[in-house]
Design a protein. Structure first.
Length: 273
């Protein structure tokens, strides 16, 4: 009987521990917004895992992918001396939010490196789950009517294992948000992997209720997709879109592609009687 009782207690303990673990995970997810909200005046730091292929030096960030190497930021620590250059640190991602009067006043983003010793007005949330960090940052982008929302979009896109494109579509379609936030969303949607990105960019281009500047950004984003996805989409836009300015943008980016299918289209248009 004792053995049975011990087994039962062990099973109960395991269930309780599992439940506590689930509660703890939920608490972490809920605590990012609530802990940031508790800071009225000061600075909040958080750290989270970046996607594979992301590396950085300070606020200059590189992403390696199948189509080459892209650099964001204008302070990349690069030397023209061919014998020397700085290292590119692979993660983690680091976000800094300044608070003034209970509201975010600035947002900064870094990859790699290490935090300097915190001042008395700095609250460090430590390492938070990447998906929850992305959700929190995108919630800022969806609600902020200033520049902070735009600044929150890029760090959300590189959070490890986070699916951000559905929210980026919502931001791009929301006429109440600043145009800069909307065009930023479209740009980073264009960098997202998969057919879903191209399909949703197409839908933005076709939606005449969306600002022309946002639709033009969607055309540009299509030009950044792999050729097998982007070129057919741009050809369809150039042939069928009702807005002549959007058609011109599509033709321009097709001209930059160097793709034989683009040349075929130009020949068709130029020889059309």
């Amino acid at each position: 009987m004792k053995t049975l009782r011990i087994t039962s207690l062990a099973g109960t303990t395991a269930v309780v521990l599992a439940a506590l673990g689930l509660v703890a995970q939920r608490a972490v997810a809920q605590s990012i917004a609530s802990r940031v909200a508790r800071v009225s005046n000061g600075t909040v730091r958080m750290t989270f895992a970046a996607r594979p292929g992301i590396c950085g030096s300070g606020n200059s960030i590189r992403h390696s992918n199948g189509r080459g190497r892209t650099t964001w930021g204008d302070n990349w620590n690069y030397s023209p001396d061919v014998e020397w250059e700085t290292d590119c640190s692979h993660g983690p991602a680091r976000v800094v939010i300044d608070k003034r009067g209970g509201e975010p006043s600035d947002l900064r983003f870094y990859v790699g490196g290490r935090w300097r010793p915190a001042a008395s007005d700095v609250v460090d949330l430590g390492t938070v789950p990447a998906r929850e960090a992305a959700d929190y940052l995108l919630s800022i982008a969806q609600n902020d009517r200033g520049s902070i929302g735009r600044k929150a979009i890029f760090p959300a896109t590189i959070a490890d294992s986070a699916e951000v494109w559905p929210t980026l579509i919502k931001i791009a379609r929301n006429p109440d948000l600043p145009r800069e936030s909307r065009t930023q969303s479209v740009f980073w949607l264009g960098q997202a992997a998969g057919d879903a990105a191209t399909a949703n960019l197409n839908s933005l281009v076709l939606d005449n209720s969306v600002d022309r500047e946002v639709r033009e950004q969607a055309v540009f984003a299509l030009s950044q997709r792999p050729h097998d996805e982007g070129v057919p989409a741009l050809i369809a836009v150039a042939k069928t879109n009702k807005d002549p300015e959007i058609r011109k943008k599509a033709l321009f980016w097709l001209g930059q592609s160097g793709d034989p299918r683009a040349l075929d289209l130009f020949e068709q248009l130029l020889t059309k009687k």
